[in-house]
Design a binder for this molecule. Structure first.
Ligand code: GDP
Ligand code: MG
Length: 163
């Protein structure tokens, strides 16, 4: 079994963008449980010398307000259950939102290994958000820009001891 990292967080923080960067064209496996394929994508990731499996939690984007909380909880819990560690992604330009706090609570309660990623950190406008991310109590955040490929060395440094 390869090490599995789940990308977790509210819609629009940049999970799929980072997933695509880590997986490139190696997107392969999908979970074959009904109802899961749409919402969880699994791929073979590479980051320098590290090879691992990455799970992208999606599908929350189409949820109605009514079902959003329940859906995000179920989906996140399922991804957490499949993963050895979670990359909890925030939009550092926005800072920590109430929705982020919901995810933080799920992760805290799960007892899983969490790396907080303050994503979209390619500009100075993100600094306050990175600092806010320390306040989640889930460990020091790593500042990333999945879109621009920044902070990948820092992410590698955080993952290497786990893998
Ligand atoms: P997801 O809903 O969490 O999967 O987020 P997506 O990967 O679909 O990204 C949502 C939006 O954020 C898209 O418009 C991306 O282009 C943008 N985005 C993703 N990563 C970054 C980043 O590192 N910096 C910036 N500025 N935008 C990003
Ligand atoms: Mg997505």
């Amino acid at each position: 079994m390869t090490f599995t990292l789940a990308l977790v967080g509210r819609p629009n923080v940049g999970k799929s963008t980072l997933f695509n960067r880590l997986v490139g064209k190696r997107l392969a496996l999908v979970d074959d449980q009904p109802g899961v394929t749409r919402d969880l994508r699994e791929g073979a990731a590479r980051l320098g010398d590290l090879e691992f499996t990455v799970i992208d939690t999606a599908g929350l984007e189409e949820a109605t307000d009514d079902s959003l909380q329940g859906r995000m909880r179920r989906l996140t819990e399922r991804a957490v259950g499949m993963a050895d560690a979670c990359l909890f992604m925030l939009d550092a330009r926005v800072g920590v939102t109430p929705s982020d706090q919901v995810f933080a609570d799920i992760l805290r309660r799960s007892g899983t290994t969490v790396i907080v990623a303050a994503n979209k950190s390619e500009s100075n406008a993100s600094e306050a958000g990175v600092i806010e991310a320390y306040g989640l109590g889930l460990g020091d955040p790593v500042a990333l820009s999945g879109e621009h490929g920044e902070g990948m060395g820092d992410l590698h440094a955080r993952l290497a001891p786990l893998i």
